[in-house]
Design a protein around this ligand. Sequence first.
Ligand code: AP5
Ligand code: MG
Length: 216
Amino acid sequence: MLKRKNLVFLGAPGAGKGTISNLLLAKHPLAHISTGDILRAEVAAGTEAGKKAGAIMKAGKLVPDELVADMVSRRLTAPDCENGFILDGFPRTIPQADLLAAALAKLGRSLDRVIYFKVPEEVLIQRLTARLCCRGCDAIYNKLFMPPKVEGKCDKCGGELYQRADDSLETAQNRLKIFREQTAPLVEYYEKRGQLFTAAGEDSADILKQILADLE
Ligand code: AP5
Ligand code: MG
């Protein structure tokens, strides 16, 4: 069992960060910190942060570095992070990576590994535009690749499945462009620091195996 591993999941929209997080969390007691999930919850609750973030997310752009970095810094002090964590979708810019390093240093902690999910771009668009998410739990499906047993319903909790507002073709293409411009430089950033592990391929079970082999 993985314990006290502090991980970052880095990858383009649709690379499988959420899907592999769910597979890993089914057996390993790490805290899951998805900045996208936290922001969507803020938008749904109509908070100040949510009001700032909603339109930006719908356009496929990144919300301001300080806003996400503050959310993550607070979240990292929660007791469940003591067992280790997966940061899913954070950092996404070099300034965010620097802010994360500073926040962890304050807590006397550091990253064990940054897992980079390398998936060809044409596959990403296909995945994103066919994704379905559950309103009741964190389950993720895909109309083409991982359909639910009953159309429109979550296999795990029976919740309603919906398409994310940013999964239209146009917004997905914008998100991929933003990834290339602002997030991809983090691959070299973490490679230089000797913290990067690249998981390649398109089979989730195989990717999970690669990650566990690297960490154990
Ligand atoms: P976020 O929610 O993090 O979106 P993202 O990074 O664009 O990533 P996704 O959640 O779209 O993809 P994923 O890698 O999790 O893939 P998944 O497993 O779901 O962020 C949303 C927005 O919030 C951002 O655009 C930004 O505005 C804002 N934001 C968030 N963090 C921020 C930050 N740090 N700074 C600034 N702004 C931030 O899989 C995708 C689909 O593929 C699913 O349908 C799944 O079933 C399928 N699939 C997965 N693996 C496979 C496989 N092996 N084979 C076949 N299908 C697969
Ligand atoms: Mg995700």
